[in-house]
Structures are given as structure tokens and as C-alpha cells.
Design a protein around this ligand. Structure first.
Ligand SMILES: [Zn+2]
Length: 290
């Protein structure tokens, strides 16, 4: 396990300390650099490989599950001009918790348990690069997806920066591969919601994913700041600051600091009379339409 853990240490100690000293300035920065997913991912042509291969286990080879009755059929893509979304568009008590990545197994498990226990609406945008971690929770998440408590967004399979010398074909493949995994694992499409890794995008990238039906480019206007490792005090300060009406709140299932703070997050939501919702509820999209 020790060697297994080392691949989840995304930064050296000096960098980590310097980032910690930045504190709240990290709040509105997206996923940390040196993301484990930025390392070369398994080639896509691994269908039929052994189910023990990490990170590329073909979902269709996992134990077959009965088709969920409550989910609509996956709709076709609706390509179109993209719009960038970072907050609720009207006055509301709603708040959208959006949790990305998922490279720490304990943190992913903690978020899934939190969703199941609290009934709080969450939109997860996992990377298929971490499918080995997410797949083990599919049986718990699918019923929550069926009731509409949990939604799944697209954050690419690899989590590579889309502005870092990527060809159009690579970007399309990265997004589509994640979509295929989301469909087969969670039973729904992630369209039209796309969150670019690191929040890194431009008009060209937006148009590219718009061609695939991702017409909602999801950014955020509040953050737990936990794309890097924070102390509980730092994370709670950011939660206190940003859990406000209308916020699209960014968090990451990458570091376990949040696991000791779920009760405080729930308390803030209750005290402030916030209504946690999915992106579908906040913005009027639906899994039946995509
Ligand atoms: Zn990310």
C-alpha cells in the first residue's frame, strides 16, 4: 500500500508548504497542478484487459447490474454554442455543491457516504482516470442519481489541461471517453455540463466541447480551496466565506481534510437556510434531455 499511496502525493514538500502559506488565495483556483491524472493515462485500447488493471478497468467487464428502472434513456447530444456558467442566474437560496476529480479513495468514499446520509444534493464531476476508485461506489450512487439527488458532470477522462498543446481530436476523445464511462457506470449522460480541468479553457475549447453537446461550460464562484491539502481551519474558513445563496461551490475528492468537516458544512447550510441542489435543478437542465 505504501507504494500505492505514493502516486497520490502530487507535489513535493516545499511546494506544498508554499501553497499552504498562500491560504485563502487558493480559494478561487481550480484543480491543483501536478495532478496525478496529468501523468500519462492508460491507452484507451484496453477493452478486454484484465479487470485488475488499475485505472482502466472496462466497466462492462465488472459484475453486471440490472438496468435501473427509474432513469430515462440517454438522449442524443445537442450540439450548440456554449455558454459559461459560474453562479445561479437569479436570486435564490439554492447552492450547487460541485465535487471534482476523485483521486483519493478515502475522500471519495467519504463524499459518497455523506451524500447518502445527508440527502444533500451534489454534482460530482469525476475523471475516468480514477474509475477504479469511483466504480466501487456505483451501486450506492446510482439510486441517488435516479432520484435526482446526485448528478454527474464531465471533467475529462485524463484531467489534462485543455490549453496545453492538445489537438482537437485529443480533446474530443478525452471528453467522449469520460462520457462513455459515466453512461455505463452511472446510467446517465453528463451532457450538457462540462467543467474544464483547472478551469482552463478558451473560446476554441468551448466550441469544441459544444460540438459534442457540452453547451454549459461550468466554472464556479466559491470554493473549498481543497485542490491542495488544507488544514481544517483553512477549509472551514473558505466554507464559511463561500457557502452563500446562489453559489456554485467547487470542491475536490482528493484530500481528506473535508471528511472531518461535513457536520460543519451541513450546519452552515442549515443556519443560512441554503437549499443544496444539482446543476439540473439550479439551471433547468435534465437527464432526459441532456
Ligand atoms: Zn479537476
Amino acid at each position: 500500500m505504501v507504494s500505492g499511496m505514493s502516486r497520490h502525493q502530487p507535489m513535493d514538500r516545499r511546494l506544498l508548504l508554499s501553497m499552504l502559506s498562500i491560504g485563502a488565495a487558493q480559494a478561487l483556483i481550480g484543480c491543483a497542478n501536478n495532478h496525478p491524472a496529468a501523468s500519462p493515462s492508460p491507452a484507451p485500447s484496453t477493452v478486454g484487459s484484465t479487470p485488475t488493471a488499475l485505472g482502466n478497468t472496462p466497466v462492462q467487464l465488472a459484475a453486471p447490474r440490472p438496468a435501473p428502472p427509474a432513469l430515462p434513456p440517454v438522449p442524443p447530444p445537442h450540439p450548440g454554442p456554449p455558454t459559461v456558467v459560474s453562479r445561479a442566474s437569479s436570486r435564490t437560496r439554492q447552492i450547487a455543491l460541485t465535487i471534482d476529480d476523485g483521486y483519493d479513495a478515502q475522500t471519495v468514499a467519504g463524499y459518497v457516504e455523506f451524500a447518502q446520509r445527508s440527502k444533500i444534493a451534489i454534482t460530482f464531476s469525476p475523471n475516468g482516470a480514477y474509475s477504479a476508485i469511483w466504480n466501487r461506489h456505483a451501486d450506492v450512487l446510482r439510486p441517488l442519481v435516479e432520484t435526482g439527488q446526485v448528478q454527474i458532470g464531465n471533467h475529462t477522462w485524463t484531467h489534462k489541461d485543455l490549453l496545453d498543446h492538445r489537438t482537437d481530436a485529443e480533446i474530443h476523445a478525452d471528453v467522449e471517453r469520460n462520457e462513455q464511462w459515466i453512461q455505463s457506470t452511472f446510467g446517465i449522460t453528463s451532457r450538457p455540463w462540462f467543467r474544464p480541468p483547472y478551469g482552463s479553457h478558451n473560446h476554441h475549447v468551448d466550441a469544441l466541447v459544444g460540438e459534442l453537446g457540452y453547451t454549459k461550460i461550468l466554472l464556479w464562484n466559491g470554493s473549498f480551496g481543497d485542490s491542495t491539502l488544507l488544514t481544517p481551519e483553512q477549509l472551514l474558513a473558505l466554507a464559511t466565506r463561500y457557502l452563500q445563496p446562489g453559489t456554485v461551490m467547487l470542491g475536490h475528492a482528493n484530500h481528506n481534510t473535508i471528511l472531518g468537516l461535513f457536520a460543519q458544512v451541513e450546519q452552515l447550510i442549515a443556519q443560512r437556510q441554503l437549499e443544496p441542489v444539482t446543476l439540473d435543478t439550479m439551471f433547468g437542465t435534465s437527464r432526459a434531455v441532456g
